[in-house]
Design a protein around this ligand. Structure first.
Ligand SMILES: Nc1ncnc2c1ncn2[C@@H]1O[C@H](COP(=O)(O)OP(=O)(O)OP(=O)(O)O)[C@@H](O)[C@H]1O
Ligand SMILES: [Mg+2]
Length: 355
């Protein structure tokens, strides 16, 4: 059995300890970016405004927060102080309180950094959307099949109606036609909703089971579920904090991969959700071809694919990992060639009540 955890790559160098001054949009964006980098440790973030958005974000990430910048600036271990307050008096203040060994990034240098962070997050969003649209291209056969069935039914019923004289039968058949049209428009509605850009609702409490069910519905267009049994082991009411559209897309990617891995001989797709006090776990398990041990470490890399040219972008797992990490979750993979693969996503449990 091959096992891989995406957080298993640990840097051997001591981490760079960073203090962030300012918890507005710039500070929040820096926090979001830097906390994902293993070689950086954020020792704290400060803002005079106790309601600043970055302070709440930091609390969620268990990063110390303060409204007294001098405490952070004078911190012994700090290597780098990043000032994104936009306050022109802060530069002097930092130099008064900082330890000689600490470097400072402020003024236009920190603005440039903030622009880079914003640029990178725009690129990330574009890549995410491009991969989603590329995936939707492969839905064509599934959609055609699902729309064709009700269309055939409508056609048959309409032909019958041409000769039907009995009012009760006419009514019944008209009802069936309406139902068939409703089914067709539901398909179109699901897909147009899925295809649109993700909303920016990053901090929503999301019902995980609902998202998995929705993902199953979407994945049926992308891959043939012929000879595939679906088993759900859902714990009732499990929730996670994040962006519901992005989580849906990540689930679609895991499920589509699982179904593709079973497309030769069929198999079983098992979806499990489980909540404990500290964590919420989602497992997507298949009995498919498995992943070769020598490629296991590459599957989350952008553009890595074992599919034929034109069949896959190789961005599915890369984007799914980006989504999971953004939600402060981790992914581990257990795979056995010829027996199947299980992806386990572990998220922090949603804390009850005001944080
Ligand atoms: N459940 C799985 N079973 C076996 N192999 C898998 C599974 N999930 C992912 N892989 C492997 O990881 C590779 C990368 O997956 P990823 O979703 O990133 O791209 P893709 O599926 O090849 O392309 P796309 O997602 O654009 O269709 C796959 O090509 C496949 O080799
Ligand atoms: Mg994929």
């Amino acid at each position: 059995m091959q096992r891989l955890t995406d957080s298993a790559v640990v840097s051997t160098l001591a981490p760079i300890k960073v203090a962030i001054l300012g918890a507005g949009r710039g500070g929040t964006a820096l926090l979001d970016l830097l906390h994902q980098i293993p070689s950086i440790e954020i020792v704290g973030i400060s803002d005079r405004d106790r309601g600043a958005p970055g302070l709440q974000r930091a609390r969620d990430l268990h990063i110390p927060v303060t409204d007294r910048a001098e405490h952070l600036i004078g911190n012994h271990g700090v290597n780098l102080i990043m000032d994104v307050t936009g306050d022109p008096t802060m530069e002097r203040f930092v130099h008064m309180h900082k330890r000689p060994a600490a470097d400072v990034l402020s003024g236009s240098a920190s603005r440039v950094l903030w622009e880079l962070v914003r640029h990178e997050s725009n690129l990330q969003a574009e890549l995410f959307h491009a991969e989603k649209l590329a995936g939707i291209g492969s839905f064509a056969a599934g959609i055609a099949h699902d729309i064709n069935n009700p269309l055939q039914l409508i056609m048959g019923l309409a032909e019958n109606l041409m000769d039907e004289r009995d009012v009760t039968t006419i009514r019944e058949q008209a009802k069936e036609i309406i139902e068939a049209v409703r089914r067709t428009s539901a398909i179109c509605r699901d897909l147009t909703q899925y295809a649109r850009r993700s909303s920016v609702r990053d901090d929503t409490v999301v019902s995980v089971n609902g998202r998995l069910d929705e993902a199953l519905k979407i994945a049926r267009y992308a891959a043939s579920f012929h000879d595939i049994f679906v088993i759900k082991h859902y714990q009732a009411g499990v929730e996670v904090r994040g962006n519901p559209d992005e989580l849906l897309h990540a689930f679609v990617n895991f499920i589509t991969n699982a179904v593709h891995a079973m497309d030769r001989e069929g198999g079983t797709l098992t979806l499990t959700t489980q909540q404990s006090k500290e964590t919420m776990e989602v497992r997507i398990s298949d009995t498919g071809c498995g992943i070769q041990p020598d490629t296991l470490h590459q599957i989350f890399e952008p553009f890595f694919t074992t599919k034929e040219p034109g069949k896959g972008t190789g961005l599915g797992l890369y984007n799914a990992k980006t989504v999971v990490n953004k939600m402060h979750g981790t992914i581990s993979v257990d795979s056995h060639v010829g027996a199947g693969t299980t992806f386990t996503l572990t998220f922090p449990a949603v804390q009850e009540g005001p944080p």
